[in-house]
Design a binder for this molecule. Structure first.
Ligand code: SF4
Length: 560
């Protein structure tokens, strides 16, 4: 344990903290297994990295009678919107903040720092975030020292214009800058501007556009002094926009803060080398960056040692992963062989990278689940060409056939966009045809949402499908997809499935679990708890989820 004093406070770094009650009036604290008497230590807030926890201790001797002073650790709340990659980034930010000594809390009302981690895929999601941030401003009016940050893809896309739209926001940070999060938060709190790295916002607002339009104008760091909320008698605060686009940053060496005891998302790749014409991702997350396989495997071994048995490998086009000699199939095989890992999933693959080798690994590695999420986006070759997806409906169907030949029991899910500019009624019917041919277990369906800066927004205005027609197509697609899903679900009632228990169901005494094919089942708990595996007979379906019953030993033997 090393210690130093500052302002009457003993600042200590300890190797292990065994028990603490953050926020309690009389916390019981054990440091290196020795109980510290109440009164000697006034408050300790910590939940950092287990090997490096920073604590603030107020010691009576040091503070010379100022026993009523309390050193409060900072508390952060991260609210995440969007895809699994963003959820995983939320865990990464929590990990970075925990390691810097923050306590992660579960409500914005309890926090000193609130981060809204955003998605930019759809306009609707961005509007929702702006509404949420304005709601959080209500807290800032009561506590002007509250720091509000907006992070993620929307932050990168909007940049400093977000500070114009929502002037109560203190920090705007894109997905490549999370390593610097604690330092930038400190700067926001201290009001310090560093002229070597920060430029005036006005410079950014007039910034030259990126000539090849692969990246938005305005990547960089920007700062300005702004008035305190409510006028604040001439006092100023610092607003920061940290919009680094770093082609090397894949967050190696940082730990996510994972709360699930059952399953973990493991990012193996960031960014994307494709340029699908509707998609904002490459412009806000940059080009593809793949993590070192050794580090990925070490992380997964640690997860298995903690008792987690299921991992999902994450990447924007996860199966294009390559690092030196390592291809995605090789990595998938090795992950499936980590001791203690019983289930491996991955999302989202690009159809073009579904190779014979990948199919072979999926078919032969027992831990790799019989589920494949394969985004089709459209069933029309014309539309796929305009989307620059680089495959045809025919080649997509060939991949599906190969996967089904090798893994007959595989469950397939997909993403589909309707009303892409120029989509005709005929194109739309080809998409419905693809749905009926493949019979996906699940389809995530979207109406085209123009994203400023993407090539699709520059298509001729007359190509844009009118809103009522787009809505009509979406509803028709949802109807067809639900019909197929319900038919498949009804045909699967009576099957016996291995279920991993993920949580409690809404009905008291019932649990919720997921099958290897990613179907959700609710069943009476019968001695099982979260993290357990159970053999469950599917007894009924709502069309989307299943009801089930745990098989007793005799039934298990009979079904084996
Ligand atoms: S593959 Fe296409 S849709 Fe997927 S993230 Fe990359 S650009 Fe976007």
């Amino acid at each position: 344990m090393s210690a130093s004093t500052r302002g009457g406070l003993l600042r200590a770094t300890v190797a292990r903290v065994f028990r603490c009650s953050p926020g309690s009036a009389s916390p019981t604290i054990r440091i290196l297994n020795r109980e510290v008497p109440p009164g000697a230590v006034r408050l300790l807030i910590c939940m950092g990295h287990p090997h490096s926890i920073r604590v603030m201790i107020q010691n009576q001797k040091e503070s010379k009678g100022a026993e009523d002073r309390v050193a409060v650790g900072r508390r952060a709340y991260v609210e995440t919107y969007g895809c699994q990659m963003n959820i995983s980034d939320g865990e990464l930010m929590e990990g970075v903040l925990s390691a810097a000594g923050y306590c992660i809390v579960s409500a914005p009302e309890e926090a000193d720092v609130v981060l809204v981690n955003t998605c930019a895929i759809r306009e609707h999601a961005e509007r929702r975030v702006l509404g949420r941030v304005s709601q959080l401003n209500g807290l800032k009016k009561v506590r002007p020292e509250l720091v509000i940050g907006v992070t993620g893809c929307m932050a990168q896309r909007m940049g400093t214009s977000l500070l114009e739209k929502a002037p109560y926001v203190d920090l705007v940070m894109g997905p490549d800058a999370y390593r610097t999060l604690p330092a930038q938060l400190e700067r926001v709190r201290s009001g310090e501007v560093s002229s070597s790295t920060d430029q005036g916002l006005d410079v950014l607002l007039e910034g030259a556009p990126d000539p090849d339009r692969r990246r938005p104008a305005g990547a960089g760091r920007f700062a300005r002094q702004a008035p305190m909320p409510g006028g604040g008698r001439g006092k100023k605060r610092l607003q920061l926009a940290v919009l680094d686009l770093d082609s090397e940053e894949n967050y190696e060496g940082l730990e996510q803060r994972r709360t699930s005891r059952v399953a973990a998302w493991v990012p193996i790749q960031r960014g994307c080398d494709h340029r699908c014409t509707y998609c904002i991702v490459p412009y806000v997350r940059g080009d593809e960056k793949n993590r070192d396989p050794g580090e990925i495997l070490t992380e997964i071994r640690h997860l298995a040692e903690r008792g987690l048995t299921e991992v999902t490998l994450l990447g924007q086009t996860v199966n294009s992963y390559r690092h030196g000699d390592w291809s995605f199939p090789r990595l998938l095989r090795e992950v499936g062989r980590v001791d203690g890992i019983r289930r491996v999933r991955f999302t989202s693959p690009h159809p073009n990278d579904v190779s014979d080798e990948l199919i072979e690994v999926m078919a032969t590695e027992p831990a790799v689940c019989e589920h494949l999420h394969l985004p089709a986006q459209s069933g029309s070759d014309r539309v796929l060409r305009r989307m620059v997806r680089r495959y045809t409906a025919g080649s997509f169907l060939e991949k599906v056939e190969k996967v089904r030949d090798a893994i007959p029991d595989v469950a397939l899910s997909t993403d589909i966009i309707v009303a892409f500019p120029g989509e005709t009624e005929k194109d739309f019917h080809e998409t419905l045809e693809l749905m009926r041919t493949v019979r996906f277990h699940e389809a995530f369906t979207y109406k085209f949402s123009p994203r400023e800066g993407t090539p699709a927004t520059r298509l001729p205005p007359e190509d844009f499908v009118p809103e009522d027609e787009a809505q009509h197509r979406l509803e028709e697609l949802i109807r067809v997809s639900r019909e197929i899903r319900a038919e498949l679900a009804r045909s699967e009632v009576g099957r016996t499935e291995e279920v991993l228990v993920e949580g409690e169901a809404r009905d008291p005494g019932h649990l919720l679990g997921r099958t290897r094919r990613s179907q959700v089942v609710a069943f009476p708990e019968e001695g099982r708890s979260i993290g357990d595996y159970a053999l469950v007979r599917l007894t009924g379906t709502t069309g989307a989820t299943f009801r089930g019953r745990v098989l007793d030993r005799a039934a298990r033997a009979a079904s084996a």
